[in-house]
Design a protein around this ligand. Sequence first.
Ligand SMILES: [Fe+2]
Ligand SMILES: [Fe+2]
Length: 278
Amino acid sequence: MRDSERKALRYKIENLSNLPTIPGVLKRIIRLIENPKVSLSDIGAFVTKDPALTTKILKMVNSPLYGFPGRISSVNQALVLLGLNVTKGLLLGVSVFELMQKAMTGLWEHSLACAICSRIIAQDMGMKDPEEVSCAGLLHDLGKVAIALEIPGIYQNYMEEAKEKRLPLYQIEDEHLSFTHAHAGGWVTRKWNFPKSLIDVIEFHHKPQLSKVAPDHSNVVHIADILVRARGLGFAGDYVVPPVNPKAWERLGLSEERVVNILSRMEEDMAESEGVFD
Ligand SMILES: [Fe+2]
Ligand SMILES: [Fe+2]
């Protein structure tokens, strides 16, 4: 791809030129969450006006994606429990569900498994905000959706190339575009005024050593992403397991025993989530 084409593509991704082709409800959700002045009660009012969205949110918060004990029966209760940042991510998560499936078969399952695994690791490590880490896990590959929307055919070729060369997809992206889906996800979520910690994880999930705002979250999502790929849950365009960053691994201090335990809890939760989001 020529330099000028690359610049044009970046501009399109950053400005979501394909926004007109995405569903109306998602467009309204993005407008809502990108407004820095939006409050939890604004979001609550928006969601409760839409019965389909209400059902989706309640299914999501009562699923193993979040570790809440007992049943949450109202949207307002859910939002208060989740807080503003996680709510924004959740809202985006439920609304990009269809887009993710359209962008890449298996991407939703990959993202969901990564969210669940990220939460389990965060809880295991006693981190104070496992829901936020889970949310970052759900959205970490959002940049793949953005790229696939803009250049579907070309992106398909990149995946083929990654398969042939046995290389991680981000490496092929970088070779052709001089940026990766991690950058693309960062551009989009920055444009949407997402919380800085979430942008940081999305941007650095393949290079967690560069994460400055939320290094712990980035380490967790980086490892969760690879564990999920290694277990073959879902599909995110990678035919090989991407390399583990040794610093991130070291920081988490995961023993073999703990990894085995995390994996079995993740698989249980994934089995329990089956069908919840259809
Ligand atoms: Fe990724
Ligand atoms: Fe991923």
